[in-house]
Design a protein around this ligand. Structure first.
Ligand SMILES: C[S@@+](CC[C@H](N)C(=O)[O-])C[C@H]1O[C@@H](n2cnc3c(N)ncnc32)[C@H](O)[C@@H]1O
Length: 258
């Protein structure tokens, strides 16, 4: 039986690999990069925080650990990951909560959030969903509240040598999973979102295809993200920093609701 395709790009590009996400994050050395995002956000005691595209909750759980008095809500459309994040919070005794939801429809009242964080999610959004997400973030942020974004830099896709082999393995596993789920074409290629990430994490982020190439793949350069934030109406848009990670270039952004 052919399964229904998710209407979002899953963490590992295809649903069958979701269970490996945390292991992949550890191998890729993401821990220190998540902490850097949390430190940058400077969440005030008692503040309300949304982690958009929370995945397995790695960023949300770090916020909850760093600022126990904060109300931390992780949002992700992937119910399997939301369930996993809830289990991790319970196991660690942390108060973060997790909800199934989309960046384009955030589950928060107007002006009710002090900080929005989002890590490695922006490039998962189709090109037309990015302005929709940013408008939602502006809606839920309180005046003076801020967005803290970490994403892969579309201009610096180089993966470290030994991760390239792992990446190739993921690409193969993604294609096999897509085929098993009945998402593959006769040529063995996967279609839709699975294809996007098959060319993404599986095959080197597909850089060069560019946003809006019809595959749903939408990596932006640091300048591209800055432009989108500015066009959306954020104030004080800043590239806070960048680093070379095992997955290639990463960039941290900060932007304020006027
Ligand atoms: C690469 S994972 C990043 C997860 C986590 N933030 C981290 O850094 O470990 C990308 C996440 O974005 C989520 N995602 C995809 N489309 C989304 C959307 N429209 N709204 C919110 N999250 C989305 C996926 O389900 C996935 O969990």
């Amino acid at each position: 039986m052919t399964e229904v395709r998710p209407d979002f790009l899953p963490a590992m590009g295809t649903p069958g690999l979701t269970a490996y996400y945390d292991r992949f994050g550890r191998i890729a050395g993401m821990g220190e990069h998540y902490w850097r995002l949390v430190a940058q956000a400077a969440v005030p005691p008692g503040g309300t925080v949304l982690d958009v595209g929370t995945g397995t909750g790695e960023v949300a759980l770090r916020v909850a650990r760093a600022v126990p008095s904060a109300a931390v809500i992780g949002v992700d459309p992937d119910a399997e990951l939301v369930a996993l994040a809830r289990r991790k919070a319970a196991d660690a005794g942390l108060g973060a909560t997790f909800e199934v939801g989309y960046a384009q429809h955030l589950p928060a009242a107007d002006g009710s959030v002090d900080r929005v964080l989002s890590s490695l999610m922006f490039h998962h959004l189709p090109v037309d969903a990015k302005p929709a997400m940013l408008a939602e973030v502006l809606r839920v942020l309180a005046p003076g509240g801020s967005l803290h974004l970490l994403d892969v830099d579309g201009d610096r896709p180089e993966w470290s040598g030994w991760l390239k082999a792992l990446r190739a393995g993921f690409g193969l596993a993604q294609r096999l999973d897509a085929r098993r789920r009945g998402l593959a074409g006769d040529d063995g290629s996967a279609h839709g979102h699975d294809s996007t990430h098959g060319h993404g994490h599986g095959q080197g982020h597909g850089h060069g295809q560019g946003p809006g190439d019809g595959h749903g793949l939408a990596h932006d350069s640091a300048q591209g993200v800055t432009d989108l934030l500015t066009q959306a109406g954020f104030a004080r848009v800043v590239v806070v920093g960048s680093a070379h990670s095992r997955m290639g270039g990463l960039t941290w952004f900060r932007a304020e609701r006027p």
